[in-house]
Write a protein that binds this ligand. Structure first.
Ligand code: ASP
Ligand code: MG
Length: 421
C-alpha cells in the first residue's frame, strides 16, 4: 500500500489533471494506492476571499462565487469536452451545497468555524473532478470523504487529530476498502467534535497523507510536487542550490519547522514513529527519484538556508522596569497560545522579551491588543527571517548578510537565525 499526495499546483488545469491521472494509472497497476489531492490551483485562496466577503457581507461575494465556479467548470469542460458523464453531477451538487451555505444569513459568530465549513469545498470538488476523470479513463476508483475518517477536535483552522478515533475508523472501514480499490481522498479536512468540518491548517494535505500512511501502515508516502524534491534552499531566493537526495527524519523535521515550505511541519512525526519513508518527487519529471526522507540511509551533511518573509518582531517590556520573570513569561506565552500564534524565535533579557511571529491576517491584532494591556509593546513589521541550518561557509554567510540589515541573530546548535529588515 502506497500513499500519493498531489498538491494544488499539480491539478491547476486540465493538463495537470491528465498528468496526475497518468501517474496514478501507471503506478496503480503494481500497487494499491490511496491518493490525497488538494484543492485545484489557488482555489483555497479564492475560497478565503469568498469567506471574507461572506463574513463581512461584501457585495463582491456573488462575483467571487461565480469565478470559483467558472474556474472548475472550465477544467471540467476541457477534461470531458461535450460529454460530461452523469457521475460528474456530484461536482455540481457540491457547488450547489456551497452556494446554499453562502446564502444563509444566519451567521455563526466564529470566523474560524465558518472558514472551515466553507473552505473544505475546494478539496471536495477537486477530488470529485479527478476521480470522475479517472473513471472516464477506465481507472476504477473509490472517492471518499476524508471527513468521515479523520476525526479531530474542534480547534477550527488548526484542528488536532483525535488519534484513537481516527485509527479505529481507518483500520475498520478504510483499510479493507483500500486493499481492494484505488482510493481518492481529500487532504486538509476532517470532522470535529460536533460533526462539523474542520481543517488541519493551511497546506495541511501533506499531513493528511502522513496520517493515512501511518494508519494504513503504508510502505511509503510520496508527495508529488512542482519541484525536483527537497532543495537545500529556495532557488528563487538563493544561488547554487542543490537537491538533497537523502534526508533523515530529524533533519526534515527541523527544516520543515523553520519554514522550508516543501514539507508541512506536522508531516514527519507520524511517519518517523512508524519508520515509513517519505518521498518528495516531481510530477513534471516522473522518472527522477527526488528526495527520500527516512532513517534508512545516513543523511547527507547538509547546509540549508530557509527564507521566510512577512515576519513581525514584538518587543515586549514591563512598564515598571520590573524583571520579565516566570509569571510575565507564562502570561505572554499563554496569550500567544490562546491566539493560536506560533513563535519563530524568542529571546529575553532582564526587562524585555522579544519574539518573532508570522504576519497572519486577523491574528496578531488581538494578540497585540491583549499584550498592550499589560506591557509596553513595540511592533516591527515587514521583516524577513533567514535561517541557516548546518555549518554553512563564508559564501553562505556573505549571501545572507547581503539580503538586508540584520536586527537580531541567534544560534542554537545547528541552527542560526537572522532576523532582518
Ligand atoms: N488546499 C489547502 C491549502 O491550500 C491544503 C493543502 O493544499 O495542503 O492550504
Ligand atoms: Mg492547496
Amino acid at each position: 500500500m502506497k500513499i500519493y499526495k498531489f498538491g494544488g499546483a499539480s491539478v491547476k488545469n486540465a493538463e495537470g489533471v491528465k498528468n496526475v491521472a497518468q501517474i496514478i494509472s501507471r503506478d496503480a497497476e503494481s500497487s494499491s494506492i490511496l491518493v490525497v489531492i488538494s484543492a485545484m490551483g489557488k482555489s483555497t485562496n479564492a475560497l478565503e476571499k469568498i469567506i471574507n466577503a461572506y463574513f463581512h457581507g461584501n457585495a463582491e461575494l456573488t462575483e467571487l462565487i461565480q469565478e470559483f465556479k467558472s474556474f472548475h467548470e472550465e477544467i471540467i469542460k476541457d477534461l470531458f469536452q461535450e460529454n460530461t458523464p452523469i457521475w460528474m453531477n456530484e461536482v455540481y451538487n457540491l457547488m450547489l451545497e456551497l452556494e446554499c451555505l453562502l446564502d444563509n444569513e444566519n451567521l455563526h459568530e466564529d470566523f474560524d468555524f465558518i472558514y472551515d465549513q466553507i473552505v473544505v469545498f475546494g478539496e471536495l470538488i477537486s477530488t470529485r473532478i479527478v476521480s470522475g476523470y479517472l473513471l472516464k479513463q477506465g481507472i476504477i476508483n473509490q472517492w471518499i470523504d476524508s471527513r468521515n475518517f479523520i476525526s479531530t477536535d474542534s480547534r477550527h483552522r488548526d484542528a488536532r487529530v483525535q488519534w484513537e478515533d481516527t485509527e479505529r475508523i481507518v483500520k475498520n472501514r478504510l483499510l479493507p476498502l483500500s486493499q481492494k480499490k484505488l482510493i481518492i481522498a481529500q487532504g486538509f479536512i476532517g470532522k470535529g467534535e460536533k460533526g462539523e468540518s474542520t481543517t488541519l491548517g493551511r497546506e495541511g494535505s501533506d499531513y493528511s497523507a502522513a496520517i493515512f500512511g501511518k494508519l494504513l501502515n503504508a510502505e511509503s508516502v510520496t508527495i508529488w510536487k512542482d519541484v525536483p524534491g527537497v532543495m537545500n534552499a529556495d532557488p528563487k531566493k538563493f544561488q547554487n542550490t542543490k537537491l538533497i537526495d537523502n534526508l533523515s527524519f530529524n533533519d526534515a523535521i527541523e527544516l520543515a519547522y523553520y519554514g522550508a515550505s516543501v514539507i508541512h511541519p506536522k508531516t514527519i512525526q507520524p511517519l518517523k514513529a512508524s519508520n515509513i519513508p517519505l518521498n518528495v518527487r516531481s510530477f513534471l519529471d516522473t522518472e527522477a527519484l527526488g528526495t527520500c526522507v527516512s532513517d534508512n540511509f545516513s543523511s547527507s551533511e547538509i547546509t540549508s538556508k530557509i527564507h521566510k518573509d512577512k515576519q513581525i518582531l514584538l518587543e515586549i517590556s514591563t512598564r515598571d522596569y520590573t524583571f520579565i520573570a516566570e509569571d510575565s513569561l507564562s502570561f505572554i506565552l499563554s496569550t500567544l497560545l490562546e491566539n493560536k500564534v506560533r513563535m519563530n524565535i524568542m529571546q529575553n533579557s532582564a526587562i524585555q522579551f522579544n519574539c518573532v511571529i508570522d504576519d497572519r491576517e486577523n491574528q496578531h491584532q488581538r494578540l497585540i491588543k491583549t499584550l498592550k494591556e499589560h506591557f509596553n509593546v513595540e511592533v516591527k513589521t515587514g521583516l524577513q527571517l533567514v535561517t541557516l541550518y548546518g555549518k554553512g561557509n563564508e559564501t553562505d554567510k556573505k549571501e545572507i548578510s547581503a539580503m538586508g540589515e540584520i536586527l537580531l541573530e541567534q544560534n542554537i546548535g545547528k541552527v542560526t537565525h537572522h532576523l532582518m529588515r
